[in-house]
Design a protein. Sequence first.
Length: 90
Amino acid sequence: MSAERHFALVHQITNSKIKHITDQIISGATAPHVCMRGEHSNRLNRMSEESVHEVIDHIKLFLAESSHRTKNMSRSYLSSALSIEKMYDL
């Protein structure tokens, strides 16, 4: 068995991960690059920050109830009679 295969087995990583790391080292990177997953600016249907805050403010208008099943009093829940459709209509 090759040294690369032993390394992969010992560290429980795939050969593609080893290739990715070696490619970064060869390119001169001294540390792994920051993960940018989900950080795209090409989302056409993305809601604006203002719209998100308006939705949150709208939800806060509904009466919240504390749960009788949990001891965590900091949590509150909306009525089970509410649905997204009902809140949207209101």
